[in-house]
Structure formats: structure tokens, C-alpha cells
Design a protein around this ligand. Sequence first.
Ligand SMILES: [Zn+2]
Length: 438
Amino acid sequence: MPEWTRNCIHPRDEIMQAMERIYRYRMTTTSGGNLSIRESDGSTWITPARVDKGSLSRSDIVRVDPENRVEGPHPPSSEFPFHDAIYRVRPDIRAIVHAHPVALVAFSICRMVPNTRIFHQAYFMGGKVGFAPYALPGSKELGTNIAEQFRNGCDSVVLENHGVVVGGTSLSHAFQRFEALEFASKTLIKAQHLGNIRYLDEQELAIANSRRVSTRTMTPGPPSHLELECRKQLIDFLKRGCRQRLLISTEGSYSARLGNDSFLITPSQLDRELLQVEDLVLVEEGAHEEGKTPSRASELHRELYKRYPSIRSIVFAHPVNATAFSITDSPLDARTIPESYLFLREVPRIPYGTQYIDGLRNTPASKTIGDFIQPNNPAGIVENDGVVVMGTTILDAFDRLEVFESTAEAIINARSIGTVCSMPPDVIDDLRRAFGIE
Ligand SMILES: [Zn+2]
């Protein structure tokens, strides 16, 4: 992330949008949490004290100038002192998110810090995570405790018996970091119900950054109606996936086949919830639309389309319950209810690293994702990553993804109340016959 990008959104609106999203994602309560942006002249835009976060309007956002004079109809957040203390010790930080999201609060009240080495994305995006001892909210001492951690190079700090503070080079960067950290925390908590957690070592983390993307580009002709239709549907389902917490803002990829060797796919890095139809990238015979960067998983999608002509949509996603299985050795048995079995069948585990072995690397001896999933077995768990689902339409892939997540959640819940009983083989045989499964 560059330290300075030309941003055309007013700080008031940036704060409004981020707060609305944090509240909608249920990552804060209405009274908890505050956001700020530091400008290069040393002034700070910050959420006001004691205003309902669910009905914040842009004029409620307060500006505090470098002489601590306040402009706006409300006093600044009572936590302004710690925001200011962080900006003073870390000039590279230009925005701060503070909130009380439930999973990170759980860590904070156990006086623990989440170990983000479960996913490469959480590890690299989350930055170094510190822990600040308790002090009275709004006090100078709290500011000192938190700033000390940031001074030591932490980018996120869990506050003892309180919540979390996350810094970034922009508000969207801080939000993405905050989301990655809360996602890792939630997954760790869910995974505790399933068994031993598998952490990634240095070498495993490093291979995640080795994935290359084809640099071949092309200039497409006018879009067909099929392409326009697929662009619209993909965007609708991406937004829905973010709202339903099946997808996270900066990870995962979703594609739709257009032809024999052409498909549309999500771009690399851009926030999934804010994507527009024109942001999706057309990939034809391995070359992508000029001026855009396809998801780094583009070659994996291509390989699956080439191998399975009946597949028309593929999604790699990170719903928290299904992803919890990915960081433990616990298999996900979809013989829970008929719907789960019919949509998911046998759910294979795909060893960590398989997702980085792509067509470009040219290692025919290694297995690829298509060796684990196929049209009759369309859903898999990618170790220490998330899930992959294929479908015959964009809706079909989304539908299976939803079933995947709700099945995983039901199993995790069931394990805390009793013994999970799978449907026996004769029941499964009946189902297979009734639904014509080979
Ligand atoms: Zn707080």
C-alpha cells in the first residue's frame, strides 16, 4: 500500500462510510468505537463523542486543528487523546480505527493477542500486533500505553479489558487491517471447538507471496450480452457475499465463465464490496484486459474451467465457520442434513500450498486444486486459507457457498451441545438414488 495516494473523498465521508460499514458488519456497538484521519497539516478528523453511530451524519464529524481547537457541533470522541498520541509517535499512520468487535474483545479480556500466522493474508495485512495494559478510557495514561506499542512498531494493539486500535496509511487500509484481524480472531475462536490449530511457518508464509500473475494483456472488443449479464450478476453476488460475511474485503476471488477459454474475474486487491461492473477483469486465453489486474488466483480459475467444461462459476471465499475447519485437522462431514450432502457431497481437504501451484509455475508432478474437487464434488477446504466452490451458474456457486458456511456453523454449534451424528450410509444411498447422483 503506497504511503500517499491521491484521495478524492472528503474525510467526513470516508469516516461516515467506514463507520457505517463497521456498524453494519456488527463490528462495534452504537456507543463504542471511534475513527480518525490525520491530515498532513496536523489536523485530525474524528467521530464525535456521544452520538448514535447508527445515525451519524457527515456534519457530525469533528475537526481538531493542530492547536487542539475543535470545529464542529460536538466535542471530539473522548478517546481523542490516544488517537493524537499515536499520530505523534508514528507519522506514517494517517488513520485509526478503534472499536470493540466481539472476537478481539474476547482476546482482550483473556489478556491475549491473536496469533495471525493462520492465514498469510491476516499475517501480512494485520501487521505486528501488540498489547496495551489497561488504563481509564479517555485518560492520558491510556494514550501513553497504546502509543508505546505503536512506537515499538506495532500496527494493531489489543487493549486490555477494552478492545482494539488499528492504524493504517489510509482509512481504507486501517479498515482492511481491522477486518483481517477480527476475521483471524473469530476463526481462531471457532477453531477451538474443532481441534488443534495449525499455524504457518516462515516458509509456508513466504510461498503465498511467490504466486505470479500472467502479464499478457489484450484489448477486448465490445462486450456481449452474456458478458454484461455476468458482470451484473457477479457484482450483485459479491456485494451480497460481503454483507452475509461470506467474503472479506480484500481476499477471495469470484469468476464466471463466458466461453471456452474466457471468463470474468474479480480484480486484485480492490475492496470487494465497493466493486463496480467495470472493475471486473476479462481474461481470454490467459491474457487479461489491459489496464486492470486480475485476482492472483486467476490461473487457478482458468485451470478449473479448462478441466471441467460444465463448470461456469468458481468462488474462493473466507466464511468464518467453514474457514475454521481449514486451520484444524478436523474434517467437515457434510452428511448432516440432506441439503448439505446434496450441495457439498464429500468435502476434500486441499493441502496448503496447492493454491499457489499454478499453470505459470509449470510443475506437472504436483497436484493442483482440480485433482481434489470436480463437478460431482464441487466444494473443498483449502488448508489455512478458506474454501473453494464450483457451480454451473453464478447463483449455483453462491448457493453452495452459503450451504457450506451454514453446514460448518451447524457442526461447530452441534459439537458444543452434544455428539454430532452423521446420516448413515443407507440414508445416503437413498438420497443418492432419489436425486440421481452417480
Ligand atoms: Zn473503546
